[in-house]
Design a protein around this ligand. Structure first.
Ligand code: APR
Length: 170
């Protein structure tokens, strides 16, 4: 049974086994959540990322978490750049969440924290991204026990809470 959680906070302070970063294909780090995670993990993260780069949009690759301990893994995923919704962005975004869980399952991860992938620099509309994120993890066959969505602002938090509440019968 997988538990879904939505919290408002900083993903670099979450006590989980794996943290997902919204990266770019180089896996060298950037701004936004990727920058925060690389700053917290330290320079080794970019070295480890470069060793397994490139990462295609919609795919996910894992490295160690270095200075982010007790987190064990950083799972790097590359979201779609929002181009209006006609370029397959929804499928790529759903794939990010699915592939992160597949990678987490291979690693035997019990708990994972996701940021709102693609909703910052990449411009994905927050509400639609939240619906895609929740639907993707709900339909994934995963052994991860705890999936925590970490929103950085109230709007993102409320969108995720709304998405989790949708489709819950009763
Ligand atoms: N904790 C949780 N969420 C955060 C944090 C944080 N410390 N910092 C930012 N966020 C949120 C943003 O508010 C946004 O909702 O992460 C979400 C994703 O935004 P970005 O980090 O801009 O990621 P994305 O839109 O996927 O763009 C990725 O930006 O930083 C570069 O290298 C990255 O090229 C890539 C692109």
């Amino acid at each position: 049974m997988t538990v879904l959680e939505v919290v408002l906070g900083d993903i670099t302070t979450q006590d989980v086994e794996a943290v997902v970063t919204a990266a770019n294909e180089s896996l060298l780090g950037g701004g936004g959540v990727d920058g925060a995670i690389h700053r917290a993990a330290g320079p080794e993260l970019a070295v480890a990322g470069a060793a397994i780069a490139p990462c295609s949009a919609g795919d996910a690759k894992a490295t160690g978490a270095f200075g982010l301990a007790p987190v064990r893994y950083v799972i790097h995923t590359v979201g779609p750049v929002w181009e209006g919704g006609t370029e397959g962005e929804a499928q790529v975004l759903a794939s990010c969440y699915r592939r992160c869980l597949e990678v987490a399952d291979v690693l035997g991860v019990g708990s994972i924290a996701f940021p709102s992938i693609a909703t910052g620099v990449y411009g994905y509309p927050v509400e639609e991204a939240a619906r895609i994120a929740v639907a993707a993890v709900r339909t994934a066959r995963t052994t991860v026990g705890l999936i925590r969505f970490v929103a950085f602002d109230q709007g993102g938090h409320d969108a995720l809470v709304g998405a989790v509440g949708e489709g819950v019968s009763g």
